[in-house]
Design a protein around this ligand. Structure first.
Ligand code: URA
Length: 249
């Protein structure tokens, strides 16, 4: 059961605020009865809801992953006119929203959906969904520096949770290294700040996995729909990550 204004907004008829106005002005009927009470709940799959006498259809749920290029912002619009992720979603009519965000300069796996519950489940801090990145960093960090990231390191906004970290590639001149890092949080610019804290700033960052879902060979700038199995696995990943973290406490 969901609040009527949320169902109307999700059906793409009006914003949440406008939907409330429609209810208050008596334009909305639930199973043949006018409803003017804002707290009223309904089941979008079972109940008949009309706005101005026309039944609403709840939008089909869609789930896609995009290989976001760098230099693109994870947002629905940009006042500065920079490229936004929806520029890469040609062919998708539904209004989808990113599940978490990637920095302007970060590339790789970005999930997008119009399923608010799914997005909430995967981004809620208590669910600790794993996210894996390939970070190219300046210089070659010592094993002891990587151990600090494994244990948890102090950032401005507190200690990080333990991360899984391994070398993927080391430049023979010791000028740079590629490190694979998995974090279970989603703080702002977290991976970049973790490497800054050990004095090896990130020069390139790519997310290669999210909740067990792999980017694999999806080409940069392209998207694909997730399979049913992938959607279920992601939901389970959020639930099992949250159980594991409870047991760790
Ligand atoms: N960590 C970062 O620093 N940037 C991202 O975009 C994602 C994780």
């Amino acid at each position: 059961m969901e609040r009527l204004q949320k169902i109307i907004a999700q059906a793409g008829i009006a914003s949440r605020r406008k939907s409330e106005e429609l209810i208050l002005s008596g334009k909305v009927e639930l199973n043949g009865e006018v409803v003017t009470e804002l707290g009223t709940k309904a089941d979008p799959d079972e109940d008949i809801i009309t706005v101005n006498g026309r039944p609403i259809r709840s939008e089909k749920k869609i789930y896609v992953m995009l290989n976001k290029p760098k230099g693109v912002i994870t947002s629905a619009s940009d006042p500065e006119g920079r490229k936004i992720v929806s520029d890469y979603l040609k062919g998708i009519k539904e209004r989808v929203y990113p599940v978490g965000r990637l920095d302007y300069d970060t590339e790789g796996l970005l999930l997008l959906t119009n399923d608010g519950e799914f997005a909430h489940l995967l981004t809620h801090p208590k669910h600790h969904v794993p996210k894996t990145y390939l970070a190219t960093v300046k210089g070659v960090p010592h094993g002891t520096a990587l151990d600090q990231l494994r244990k948890g390191i102090m950032l401005e906004d507190g200690m990080t949770h333990p991360a899984e970290v391994e070398y993927k590639d080391v430049d023979t001149d010791n000028k740079e290294a590629v490190i694979m890092i998995t974090i279970h949080e989603g703080r702002n610019r977290q991976v970049r700040r973790m490497f800054e804290a050990i004095n090896h700033p990130v020069t390139r960052l790519k997310r290669v996995s999210f909740g067990g879902l792999l980017l694999q060979n999806l080409k940069r700038g392209l998207y694909r729909h997730l399979t049913k199995e992938e959607i279920n696995n992601l939901m389970q990943s959020a639930q099992s990550a949250s159980v594991k973290s409870k047991n760790r406490k």
